[in-house]
Design a protein around this ligand. Structure first.
Ligand SMILES: [Zn+2]
Ligand SMILES: [Zn+2]
Length: 321
């Protein structure tokens, strides 16, 4: 009996810690990799499941042109923050910007509900160090589901790997965003609810409401955004064309590039990850790079790292004629 009680106590504590991690991610020590650590932490991922189920609320709130427009804009703004800043800036340092803009886009990126900028960048740097080899957090060689979602739902990849990001960890504002990564998504969802409520009162012709903008602008938009981002870890290592003989399975895929504002040129990116652009040729549409270029003309970002001509031509896979 005594054993049973102590077992109950241990599982209750473990459940409490998992729930606490919804609010404060530092309630966890890094987990050593083991088979068990690769299992899904169910208590921790409840919010992720609820996020998906709550999209069913579209059946109650209905739809309007305003709601769809806000949903699309919310997707585009946050996808830009993820691809241009979480990925190209924080993970790869592919350009420079001011500390204020660094924080602003860390905030917008955090509203995408893909954890904090430090967690994101640290895992991504590990991905490039070990792409599709032992140590890669999300290689499709371990299964497509693992590469898409399994990896970040597991205990092994919950904590931020600080040793990957010493250059970013020195900013207290970024550490705060990373630790309390639920705060910005909650504020963003609340702001959309507020916007819808105001529009409902001052512009009834727009036919929207607080609940409708919360559901379309945050819930639906966020779920699509998360899965679109994840396709780069899963599908872009499986489907598409390989231009460069990189040591991984990365592919170039136009459809994924359109969906993710330029990230689909993933084989290009693995060939030369340090560049601000991922479409290496003019016909490879890379919306995030075009926006970064426009921002550089305004002096908001600078030192966009180019792809040297020699690098662009090197190690191309020649099609035999
Ligand atoms: Zn990759
Ligand atoms: Zn990358």
């Amino acid at each position: 009996m005594q054993f049973l009680y102590s077992g109950d106590y241990t599982s209750a504590m473990s459940l409490a810690r998992s729930v606490l991690r919804w609010f404060d991610t530092q309630q966890s020590a890094p987990v050593e990799c083991s088979n068990q650590s690769h299992s899904v932490d169910l208590a921790r991922v409840i919010p992720f499941i609820v996020l998906h189920l709550s999209c069913l609320a579209v059946l109650w709130v209905g739809v309007s042109a305003t709601a769809v427009a806000v949903c699309v804009l919310s997707y585009l703004l946050r996808m830009f923050a993820i691809t241009a800043f979480y990925h190209r800036y924080f993970a790869h340092r592919a350009f420079k910007t001011s500390r204020a803009l660094q924080f602003l886009f860390a905030l917008v990126g955090a509203s995408a509900t893909q954890r904090g900028p430090l967690w994101w960048a640290a895992h991504h740097r590990r991905h490039h160090k070990h792409s599709d080899q032992q140590g890669d957090p999300h290689s499709p060689r371990k299964g497509l589901f693992w590469s898409h979602m399994g990896w970040f739902l597991s205990r092994a990849h919950f904590a931020t790997e600080w040793k990957q990001i010493p250059d970013l960890a020195r900013y207290p504002e970024l550490r705060w965003l990373d630790r309390f990564d639920i705060v910005v998504p909650v504020l963003y969802a609340t702001a959309l609810f507020g916007l819808g409520s105001v529009l409902d009162t001052v512009a009834p012709g727009l036919n929207t409401s607080g609940w409708q903008l919360l559901v379309w602008g945050y819930l639906v938009s966020t779920v699509v955004l998360i899965h679109a981002t994840l396709t780069i870890n899963s599908l872009a290592h499986r489907f598409g064309r390989r231009r460069y003989s990189t040591r991984d399975d990365s592919r170039n895929n136009l459809w994924l590039a359109l969906l993710t504002l330029g990230e689909g040129w993933h084989n290009n990116h693995h060939h030369f990850p340090g560049a601000a652009r991922q479409g290496f040729f003019w016909w490879e549409i890379d919306v995030s790079y075009a926006v970064l270029k426009a921002m550089s003309w305004l002096g908001l970002v600078w030192d966009l790292k180019p792809v040297p001509q020699g690098v662009r031509e090197r190690r191309q896979i020649r099609v035999q004629g």
